[in-house]
Design a protein around this ligand. Structure first.
Ligand SMILES: Cc1cc2nc3c(=O)[nH]c(=O)nc-3n(C[C@H](O)[C@H](O)[C@H](O)COP(=O)(O)OP(=O)(O)OC[C@H]3O[C@@H](n4cnc5c(N)ncnc54)[C@H](O)[C@@H]3O)c2cc1C
Length: 287
């Protein structure tokens, strides 16, 4: 076994051959899905000599399926496929909203859910929505062992995930919630082709004005995406009322832990987390 001189690319035809290639080639291993992050990172000189596995031919990573009381989203589902899926529109409206604003059309047709998760970016736009769906990430190890990780345990720090070398995300699962409403709001430097400075996702189920389920998650306001349990509690107690929405917006601004960086300031991010939450909640009525 010798270290790859630069980049060697392999195209496994199934999971078994993927495992064999990982076993006989030198780490680090990268998976090539849409390539919208990997190729940019390679061009910018951030990828060391490595072995790349083109996973686009792996049928096991595809599909968007209503599977009993769960929904399965394959890792290779592109953002555009998620937007167009009836299943996702019905059971994960926050995810549809998020995928709709990712990049431009070319990025949405190529970029995949698995790639967005594996990056472990606090600004990855699918992640807050998956937090609100309480999704679980299915992972296949290079030795064939499978495990599931709750979405809120996947990333441990910016760009650091619990994935070991050679571990592949095969997809995510989340429970079916009938009557799910949801939304995603974000702010970037521009409306499109910009990394989120702050983002907020909400998924809720309402019985009249009572929330029988409500989950809020925020992106780009902490080292990883975070839930907002205090704002959620205000809504559970106060219901779908103008007062509770106002108070939840104030509370989420206190709950998040943003920093000043190149893209924005702590103060602005806190203020905007509240604005975006109120906006997302107000629009639930229209869904
Ligand atoms: C112009 C532009 C605009 C963008 N806009 C946005 C945006 O608005 N919002 C946003 O969130 N992102 C955005 N992105 C980032 C990117 O498009 C997304 O993160 C996309 O979902 C990445 O998926 P991919 O299939 O292209 O990943 P790839 O580039 O193929 O892979 C990225 C990384 O994930 C790993 N990986 C891929 N698939 C798997 C898997 N199944 N299991 C384990 N690891 C895997 C690879 O090893 C690699 O390290 C943008 C990128 C560009 C270039």
């Amino acid at each position: 076994m010798s270290a790859p001189a630069l980049i060697s690319v392999h195209r496994p035809k199934d999971l078994k051959s993927l495992q064999e290639i990982v076993a006989r080639t030198e780490p680090p291993h990268y998976f090539l899905a849409g390539g919208t992050d990997l190729l940019v990172q390679h061009k910018d000189g951030f990828i060391p000599p490595s072995t790349w596995l083109d996973v686009t031919g792996l049928a096991e990573l595809g599909g968007i399926v209503h599977d009993g009381d769960e929904i399965w989203l394959g890792a290779l589902a592109t953002h555009e496929e998620l937007v167009r899926s009836r299943i996702v529109r019905r059971y994960a409206p926050a995810l549809v909203d998020a995928c709709r604003v990712i990049g431009g059309p070319q990025i949405r047709w190529r970029g995949t859910l698995g790639g967005n998760l594996a990056n472990a970016s606090p600004a990855a736009d699918t992640v807050p929505a998956l937090f609100t769906l309480e999704a679980r990430v299915e992972i296949l190890g290079s030795d064939g062992a499978r495990r599931q990780v709750p979405i809120d345990a996947l990333a441990s720090a910016p760009r650091k995930s619990v994935l070991e070398n050679g571990e592949l995300i095969t997809g995510v699962r989340f429970p079916v919630r009938d009557g799910a409403r949801g939304g995603f709001q974000r702010l970037g430097q521009r409306r499109a082709q910009a990394i989120s400075k702050v983002s907020v996702a909400v998924t809720a189920v309402l019985d009249g004005t009572t929330f029988t389920y409500v989950a809020i998650a925020c992106g780009s306001v902490a080292p990883t995406v975070v839930r907002a349990p205090r704002a959620e509690a205000i809504l559970r107690e106060g219901g779908f009322t103008a007062d509770a929405i106002e108070e939840a917006g104030r509370e989420v601004s206190n709950e998040v832990r943003p920093i000043d960086d190149l893209r924005s300031t702590e103060k602005y991010r806190r203020a905007m987390a509240g604005v975006l939450l109120r906006r997302a909640l107000s629009r639930l009525r229209l869904r």
